[in-house]
Ligand binder design. Sequence first.
Ligand code: GLU
Length: 276
Amino acid sequence: MSVVTRFAPSPTGYLHLGHAFSAFTAWRRARDAGGRFLLRLEDIDPSRCRPEYAAAIQEDLSWLGIDWDGPVRVQSEHLDDYRCVLSILRERGLLYPCFCTRTDIAREIAASAAAPHAPDGSPVYPGMCRDLSADERAARIAAGERFALRLHARRALDGPLSFEEEREGAIVCDPAAFGDVVLARKDAPASYHLCATHDDALQGVTLVTRGEDLREATHLHRLLQALMGWPVPRYAHHRLLTDPSGRRLAKRDRAATIRDLRASGTSAAAVRAMLT
Ligand code: GLU
């Protein structure tokens, strides 16, 4: 089977060395194997993504000599695909509307003795909207109350799941640890988890390379694959680049952006050498 990898940045800022490392890793894996390397813009969050960043990412990758195969997939142009997945899951009773605000959730957590956290550090949703009656849901929706859609984790889980992490072998998943995650937000049509997993399947990605900060999310992605019958790629989560003090590079660190390196006269070859 030929290798298909992808780089899937969210256009919320300029590309920094950490992203370039991710892109380079995926690109190298595809090119070394004579496979395909895809570029996907994960821009479904309208409050954070900007078209100028999307354009800048493509320009910076091209400057680095990282080329991609086929058209760029822009997630905001495919919202119907994600809505379709949501409606399938909803019809199967695996999603429920959640009307809670952040404040409601924080208050409930503060009042309860246990406050479990998901592996990604976010608090687990205490479940206030999980068992609302059909009548109450319908009435609140009819009254125009805004809602997110959450996965009913207990119903969704059906038997053990695992995924293949390149260096470590099979990893047994624990998606229940995330609780009832949001798959469609009040202010964005679908979540990162849903869109990324859908697109990896649609685009025939066989090897997902990405930073180890997303390693835990893979447990959830594996559950979505099982629910939707999507193929399961292999995973290679790579280490994150840090600054000399050991702090993870982030979009706020302007000095590490590819644009600034270029503006300061650093050559593309020198940046690529840094990445290897
Ligand atoms: N869009 C995600 C990000 O920029 C990466 C998604 C992925 O590689 O799965 O953090």
